[in-house]
Design a protein around this ligand. Structure first.
Ligand SMILES: NC(=O)c1ccc[n+]([C@@H]2O[C@H](COP(=O)([O-])OP(=O)(O)OC[C@H]3O[C@@H](n4cnc5c(N)ncnc54)[C@H](OP(=O)(O)O)[C@@H]3O)[C@@H](O)[C@H]2O)c1
Length: 264
């Protein structure tokens, strides 16, 4: 029997699709998202098919400085045995010119995508080591691989997630830690509210050959979890594209990225 999985942003998009997969594998779920109505709606959706499924919810703004600490206290109250799985999935993008976007909007991205993810990782890691096991899944993006104009801060936050999580995993493996960190890099996901919320509906990448669905991303994540992967790039087309990117000269790659994100 699997244990407790805490999924931030579990009530929407990738987090919800992944939660369905985890529930099917016997995990009990704990969700932290911004909106209580959204949490209630998603919980009812999952429990319609699985009435006995336990889902605890906490509506909280993860951009608040004290939010990670509140999540940690709340999760400890749910399970004295601690977490089996922490999925740092909550995140947001904001599309626009970096010279004119509201600074506060950019800072919220930094607070949620970087600061909350980092603080939650640091809060739960010692407890997982003390209980001799656990996995932390940090959701980055294919935007982590290359700077993206008009998504400058978003792509930079995801580069942080990718580099930080990968380096932390190497340190833990070197030290013989029982805890694993898995980095997930989804390509554009066409069927979550993310792109509308980010004002990116017309950005080409969501219709390109590398685009995936939330269900495909969730399937790739659980397969990665089960085979002990350190990094998962989701979507077979994106995995092929990544190999091509490695062979592509940098100026051409920058031009191609600009075509995706600058021209609408
Ligand atoms: N969609 C894509 O194309 C794509 C591609 C690569 C990576 N990703 C990454 O995948 C992750 C999930 O994205 P998604 O596509 O599933 O988007 P989504 O459907 O918009 O889900 C984002 C989740 O994060 C939560 N969240 C956002 N801001 C929050 C805050 N301040 N406090 C607490 N919770 C907050 C949302 O809660 P509410 O719904 O309650 O507001 C929602 O549950 C994100 O980290 C995103 O950067 C997405």
């Amino acid at each position: 029997m699997a244990g407790l999985a805490l999924v931030t942003g579990g009530s929407s998009g990738i987090g919800l699709a992944l939660s369905k997969q985890l529930a099917a594998r016997g995990y009990r779920l704990a969700w932290v998202s911004l909106d209580q109505d959204e949490l209630d709606r998603a919980k009812a959706e999952l429990q319609k098919d699985a009435p006995n499924l336990v889902i605890d919810t906490l509506a909280l703004d993860l951009s608040a400085a004290d939010a990670p600490d509140r999540v940690f206290q709340w999760a400890n109250g749910l399970s004295p045995d601690g977490l089996d799985l922490l999925v740092n999935n909550a995140g947001l993008g904001v599309y626009g010119d970096s010279a004119t976007l509201p600074v506060s909007a950019e800072q919220t991205m930094i607070d949620v995508n970087i600061k909350a993810l980092h603080a939650l990782t640091r809060a739960f890691l010692p407890a997982m080591e003390a209980r001799d096991g656990g996995t932390i899944i940090n959701v980055a993006s294919n935007s982590a691989f290359i700077p993206a104009p008009r998504l400058a801060v978003y792509a930079a936050t995801k580069a942080f997630v990718h580099h930080y999580s990968d380096a932390l995993q190497q340190e833990l493996a070197h030290a013989g830690s029982p805890v694993r960190v898995m980095t997930v890099c989804p390509s554009a996901v066409s069927d979550t509210p993310f792109k509308s919320r980010a004002a990116m509906d017309r950005v080409r990448t969501f219709a390109s050959f590398t685009a995936t669905t939330a269900d495909e991303v969730a399937q790739d994540i659980v397969e990665g979890l089960e085979r002990g992967a350190r990094r998962v790039v989701t979507g077979a087309a994106m995995r092929r594209a990544l190999w091509l990117m490695k062979l592509t000269p940098a100026p051409l790659l920058r031009w191609m990225t600009g075509r995706e994100t600058l021209e609408m």
